[in-house]
Design a protein around this ligand. Sequence first.
Ligand code: SAM
Length: 171
Amino acid sequence: MRLGHRVERDKRITSHLGLTARAFGADEILLSGEEDETPLETWRSVSKRFGGSLECGYEPKPMRWLRSFSKDGGKIIHLTMYGEPWRKKSEKIPFEGRVAVVVGGTKVPGELFGISDYNIAVGNQPHSEVAALAVFLDTWLGEADPGRFSDGEVEVIPSESGKNIVSKGKE
Ligand code: SAM
């Protein structure tokens, strides 16, 4: 979940955040803050072309959504520079059940610290939500199984030099 999106200021970073979430294993992205179709369109179009069954949508009341998610047994991981060290804590966070990873944009509501099951810091210095998400997901989950993206229109074949993209004939 992306909190506090601002249409003008966060245009590119929110798009990158969702693409990073997708690439590192998320199966759903929720946008909140100012309503904006642009990142949703980007995420959908990348998923169509490169594969995977990514869901994405806009959530107007993110804190209400998170309270209800938590009440229903979901676990909340809040990425914040004020949290506990990610390397030590990641191994203690189980993979089972539903998990929401929350990142902020502007100042996050204080309540988030209390309703989160884990407040996790990727270092205790301020940096970027995209960097925090990538580093945390890589440590916690490892790289997403490449099989997740096998239903795309194209597939990127790892190459030592140059681009190798295979078309799956769906374009
Ligand atoms: N000034 C904002 C505040 O007071 O919450 C923080 C803005 S920061 C650019 C945006 C988001 O990046 C934060 O809400 C957090 O999710 C993430 N972030 C930034 N630095 C982080 C860190 N060291 N560890 C974990 N997450 C971090």
